[in-house]
Design a protein around this ligand. Sequence first.
Ligand code: PFF
Length: 452
Amino acid sequence: MAENRSGFSSSFGAIMAAAGSAIGLGNIWRFPYICGKYGGGAAIIVYLLFVFLIGMVLLMSELVIGRRTGHTPMRAYEELRPKHRNWRYVGLLGLITSFLILCIYFVISGWTLNYFWESVSGTLASIADGDFATHFAAFASSPVAPVVCLVIFAALTLVIILGGVQNGIEKVSKILMPILLVLVVLLCVRSLTLPGASKGLAYLFSPDFSQLTTEGVLAILGQALFSLSVGMGVMIVYGSYIPKGDGLFKSAMWITVCDTAIAILAGVAIFPAVFAFDQSPDGGPGLVFNVLPVVFNSMGNVGSIVFGGAFFLLLAVAALTSAISLLEALTAWGADYGKSRKRSAIILSVVLVLVAVVASFSFDGGILNDNKLAGISFFDWLDKLTGSYLPPICALLTIIFFGWFMKKDDIHDELSNHGVLKISWFKVFYHILVRFVAPAALIVSLVAGIFT
Ligand code: PFF
């Protein structure tokens, strides 16, 4: 049982693991694109407001719930409100959401592994610029290659989880996060030294408030939540592993700063290069698998191997540390109810892989792509549910619980480490942001998301 409840051994390890969860595919392929599309610097200002005033508040509340109870979401809610046991279903919804996100993550991370291999082996360098879209479509719709890749990625994730919280997650995060930083800085330097790089910087940073539409503001809020991995309860689980003496405000601040810095650096790595080679800015799979390989090929054979390889490795590393947090949240849930960690992790991984394979087959052109529900394929359903609906619903319920149902004294006690830390900001912060601003923003975003 002791193994089931071991936590992170150091503050640095805890922050690296949680930042690893936050920094993921979303930072690299969605954040820069959303900023470019919705007004550059204007979008970045709104993002910073959302991420620090709403995202970080949610992050802190999850860390508090986790560390206070030392449990995974369902049991944590039960313990904090024993007379209102229905709150545990919020925890359950978060776990279901984590499960679904991980299925999509496995598929896409598998693609990044394949592209990493194709970069370093020179395969991508031999493809003509106009053929990348066809190359990607053929790969992603094939019944074998993407499945092999997703199984390898899932196996990597599983091995780390089987290593345990300290020897698996913490150790790996402490190695991988600095590597990720080096890779992104390397790519930034390359991108910024290309002739014409300034056009890309202007696209990303110069503020254009006329582009900042309502749709844009909602997309930015969704991105701020997704990026910090909040709403799903994953941060409740990581919170339960944070050493008792750590200040949770400080931890949340570090995680948020690291996540935001990497998102902005990813934009600096991508857009100057995209504009320098006259490609059009895009987001999601289109950017990563169709546009960027053309950019890397324009850097010559060695450039394609080195910088293409570095970029896809960056994506794979970012995806891996996020995937381990999702699998850990699910595994720890089993362990919290007395199941063996090892067995839970293995069984969960097998089920996740099976669902991910179905998702992969249902991607555009795949063998199950014609089996649609309400005209939408299984892959697109997963994408829609985990991208737009479930995370804000879970986040809203979590913040309502935290602000209105959890005892204020408990929160104060946990944030101040039993009165050791001074948290004079608490009163204003708690009342205004936790009780009103964050829930209101989430309600508006949900209503608008449903009706637009
Ligand atoms: N924050 C990750 C990203 O930006 O890609 C995604 C994510 C990971 C969401 C873990 C939720 C989660 F629990």
